[in-house]
Structures are given as structure tokens and as C-alpha cells.
Ligand binder design. Structure first.
Ligand code: 13P
Length: 251
């Protein structure tokens, strides 16, 4: 079955009002001039979700947060609830990024609880998973991503409310990427896990993105790999020309 690609930009902790709005405007202009060969999502820092959502409204560009809390409100200083992101115009939220797993001690159980809250608020979750370099060197890649998949997704997960992003930790921001065969192996394993956990029909429609040092020069090759349904882009999503070259590479 043909899955429409999703090209998602994760701006991480980058952007003040002026440059965030300018970048969002530039992406929206490209999509409007379309037709784009992929669904396009941008995930600015929480501080910019409101402005970016207003900026791209009506353009076809979707907006997402980069994290949310596992409960919808309460005494959680500094946290952002899924319903708050939704209220600002976000339709998506990235969860379980390796930077959150590493820097904030998020476990698969944390990610699962957050995904449940995001689903309840009506957000599509982009759940990130991927092995560390030590895990790859130990030959544990497939077992690591399989257990992350099984343990990070709440019941009620389907192909409309969830996207998976395979991001090898050692490929993020390093300029290094796995070989095409290594990417294909992991994506096939994730598709098989999805069939086992969610059923064949959901697995067939579920989008599984690749992320980690994707850029204009390697995007076409990565996006052509079987079972790769788009990309989650960090650094290259901060320049409209690079980001758009990746969107075009999904054609
Ligand atoms: P880079 O594209 O900068 O390697 O980051 C990937 C990533 O972590 C996207 O979530």
C-alpha cells in the first residue's frame, strides 16, 4: 500500500520569534506553491508553537510540539500539557526523542504515558526510537528497537494517531548515517513489530520515518529505502532550502 511520505522538521531548541516566524513563512510559501510530494510538519520549540501555527494556518503545513507531559494539567512547573499544544494549533507532538530519553531520563513507560495523554488530547504522536552506538556494536539494534516499539506505544495506537521515527542515536547531529541495508533492516523489523502488536492492516498504513543526519545530499537515497516513509530532520530543517530539498527528494 502506498503511504504518503511525511517530512518533519524538528527545530529542537532553536529560534526566537523573528527567525522562527520567517522560517515558518518560508516553508508555508513552498507548500502553497506546491503541490508538495509529502505531508510537511514543523516542530518549533514550545515558545513558538502559537506564532508558528498562526503563521502557517491554511497553508497545509502541520505544526507539532517536541514533548508534552503525561497529564493534562496540574502542579508540574515548567511542563507543557498536550491539550495546551493542541490549544495553540498543534496537531502533532514528538515524543521519546533520544535527547529527552538521555537528558531527562525518559523511559519507554514515560513515553507511553505521554503518548496516551497526547492521543487523549487529539494529537498525532511522533514516537522516536533508536539504538545507541554501543547497542549497535553489541549487535543489539533490532532487539532494542523492538522493545522500544512494544513498550512505548499505548493501547489505541493506530496509523492515524501515531508515526514512528527511527533515529539511531549515533547518527543524530553527527553527519554519520547507517548504510541503506542497515536502515532497511531496522525499518522491516519495525514494520514486522507493528504487524504483531497492532495488526497487519495498521502496520501496512503506519508511517515509519528515518531521522539522523538526513540532508539534501543523502535524502533521496534514504527516502527510497523500502519501509522508509519520510524523514525527521534536525539541523537541515533550520534552513528552508535544505528542508525543501528533502521534501522534494521524497517525490
Ligand atoms: P539531525 O538531522 O540534526 O541529525 O537531527 C535528527 C533528529 O534528532 C531529529 O529529531
Amino acid at each position: 500500500m502506498a503511504r504518503r511520505p511525511l517530512i518533519a522538521g524538528n527545530w529542537k531548541m532553536n529560534g526566537l520569534k523573528a527567525d522562527g516566524v520567517a522560517l515558518a513563512e518560508a516553508v508555508a510559501r513552498k507548500v502553497k506553491a506546491g503541490p508538495a510530494p509529502a505531508d510537511v510538519l514543523i516542530c518549533p520549540p514550545a515558545t513558538l508553537v502559537d506564532r508558528v501555527a498562526q503563521t502557517v494556518a491554511g497553508s497545509g503545513v502541520a505544526v507539532g510540539g517536541q514533548d508534552c507531559h503525561a497529564v493534562q494539567s496540574g502542579a508540574h512547573t515548567g511542563d507543557v500539557a498536550a491539550a495546551m499544544l493542541k490549544d495553540l494549533g498543534a496537531s502533532h507532538v514528538i515524543l521519546g526523542h533520544s535527547e529527552r530519553r538521555t537528558n531527562h531520563g525518559e523511559t519507554n513507560a514515560t513515553v507511553r504515558a505521554k503518548a496516551e495523554a497526547a492521543h487523549a488530547a487529539g494529537l498525532v504522536v511522533v514516537v522516536c526510537l533508536g539504538e545507541t552506538e554501543a547497542e549497535r556494536d553489541a549487535g543489539r539494534t533490532i532487539s532494542v528497537v523492538e522493545s522500544q516499539f512494544k513498550e512505548s506505544l499505548p493501547s489505541g495506537t493506530n496509523a492515524d494517531n501515531t508515526v514512528i521515527a527511527y533515529e539511531p542515536v549515533w547518527a543524530i547531529g553527527t553527519g554519520r548515517t547507517p548504510t541503506n541495508a542497515e536502515v532497511a533492516e531496522v525499518h522491516a523489523a519495525l514494520r514486522a513489530s507493528a504487524a504483531k502488536v497492532l495488526g497487519a492492516a495498521v502496520a501496512d498504513r503506519l508511517r515509519i520515518l528515518y531521522g539522523g543526519s538526513m540532508k539534501p545530499s543523502n535524502a533521496r537515497e534514504l527516502l527510497a529505502i523500502k519501509d522508509v516513509d519520510g524523514g525527521l530532520i534536525g539541523g537541515a530543517s533550520l534552513k528552508v532550502d535544505d528542508f525543501w530539498a528533502i521534501v522534494e527528494a521524497s517525490r
